[in-house]
Design a protein around this ligand. Sequence first.
Ligand SMILES: Cc1ncc(COP(=O)(O)O)c(C=O)c1O
Length: 398
Amino acid sequence: MESKYSILKTYGRLPISFEKGEGVWLFDKEGNKYLDALAGVAVNTLGHAHPHFTSGLKDQLDQFIHLSNYVNIGEQEKLAQRLASMTGMSAVFFSNSGCEANEAAIKFARLFANSKKVSDPQIIVMENSFHGRTMATLSATGSRKVQAGFEPLLKGFIRVPFDDLDSIKKIADQNKNVVAILVEPIQGEGGIRLPKNLSSYLNDLRKICDQNEWLLMLDEVQTGVGRTGRLYAFQYSDIKPDVLTSAKGLGSGVPIGATLVNEKIESIIKPGQHGSTFGGNPLACRAGNLTLDVLEQENLYLNATIQGSKIAHAVREQTKSLDFVIDVRHQGLMIGIELGYDCLELMTLALKYNLLISVTSGNVIRIVPPLVINDDESEFLVSNLTLMLKDYLKENKA
Ligand SMILES: Cc1ncc(COP(=O)(O)O)c(C=O)c1O
């Protein structure tokens, strides 16, 4: 629908609106159904209108939505406790989004630097990374497109290639102002890029951080909450980070961000040093608790692992003959299909095949469906996606 009204044009929008959602499906006004392989950009962990989730939220609406952080909030305490015990972290700061969770992480790294009397602290960040669009997080982000026009950027970031330990070791030898590494275990916006070996990459990063007394700060905003088959992707390794950020899937659609820290960081933060009016309110934390309930009750970790492998394997098999499909990468239900050229128009084309998908990094189709997707739905997704790619190839050749 062409609108002459006043939504600022920061997004390119698809020519579609939806009326209703149920599980992995979205329905338009005419009743056509679309498989939601975008899930609000890796947000709708439980799909749409999950009965346990919606009835719990309705309950919460009847009690109260918002209080303030001047009082104790039961749902917040419960969610913090669960997240801490499931990750081995010691305390949680709640905010409302991924960039805020990372903003807090960056501020905590500065406080850590301050406690060590480092006056010009530097954080090592990665090429091709994405951490958000606030001034600090866009400065940390490794994408000129995200930064352009917003200079001067925040100082204090040193950039190295992703999955390249030698570059980090070189910096360790030369620069005594480094206090932390901030990294996504798997790059999301950067094109679903996995390190060659996730577990050893994280183990090695941990080792370097320990040797140099740096913080290891993991941005699990996109990889978190079961998406990769574990609650957090770092749980594929034996390590624990010092700081862990989470958002997106944590509230299954209700905005929430979380910055988890270990004792070392917990001990240096004092009341008044950080805050958020809405952060950790009863509605958002109830959404987080309900999401964790269903993740466990329905073992969505296992489902993400099984369905993710099935989808990636089938797409690989069925697109073998298409030489413009360069790579199919995945960890759980975080799936990237890299094409040989930019393919943003596939987002619109996919609607004709009853699919909602996204394209990231210009040429990578991103498939991040709700974690409740079942066998039949995965098959629908694969067959419609491969059909679309075959037709797309024919059209491009014609
Ligand atoms: C890894 C990562 N970090 C941070 C963000 C920013 O999250 P938000 O858009 O909720 O601020 C994103 C969003 O895509 C992300 O993928």
